[in-house]
Write a protein that binds this ligand. Sequence first.
Ligand code: DGY
Length: 316
Amino acid sequence: MTFDKTKATVVKAAFLPPALVKRLDETCSMVEWDTLSEAERAAAAANARVLAVNGESVVTAEFIARFPKLELIADFGVGYDGIDVAAANARGIAVTNTPGVLTDDVADLAMGLLLATSRRIVEAQRFVERGDWANGGFTWTKKVSGGRIGIAGMGRIGQAIARRAAGFDMAISYTDRQPVAGCPHAFVADLATLAAGVDFLVMCVNGGDKTRGLVNAEVLKALGPEGILINIARGTVVDEAALIAALDAGTIAGAGLDVFEHEPVVPAALQGRPNVVVTPHMASATHATRKAMGDLVFDNVAAHFSGEPLKTPVLP
Ligand code: DGY
């Protein structure tokens, strides 16, 4: 698909995969925000019709205000908690994201972190590599199959995790703003009660102010000394200081974390622990899915410049 390059101006303001950048570059007049001087940025912003960002971008009302002709913010990611959607919509600027295509991968990594943490796979590898096996067997680990999993946020990703957990014969319960229609699993009205009744608490809620610090000292205490926390949602969902305190005190058994409050910084107190597995916000990062996400971003931009309905708009 090609557009009138001079009219299809896209500002790329975050990391995007090279294949997507190439497609945008070939079809649109594209500039890279990070490479520009302040004067060049002012010129680019004056003409930009599309802002291309990713799920970790922070796009404030002030930033949006720099783009007087902006029509679309295209997010490479499902999460858009960093984008001031209300400020965008107030100016008639649409926002798109990439839901659906990454659901399975994120659910896979959630299960991977759950298995790695409970079965202490990373610690076991360190044990072998240190040569410790010669001195005796590895310590016993926590059983997953038949365990109790609590899912906070029964959206697309939560449901995909539930399907996987069912394959491990786990007892599944969940919390959400309200019971999800047609969901066969046990609904629990609040997070602390959910945490109190499970072995594994998996956070899949959206990021943003409404969920900030949701996993606090009270929830961690409820999860208890045998409980494991998994977070593939957003770092802001967990009160990291409370988590570190709970790990220090041994009042939870462990944590598997793909997201952090101040990425790419992972607090030193969460690293090097035998019972904590950390990954660098990579839940959707498989070749196939990152390509599908890139294609969806491009399709949204193409639909916009062709006057067609957006493929995956973020609804107000
Ligand atoms: C998403 O899609 O929101 C992922 O977390 C990447 O930011």
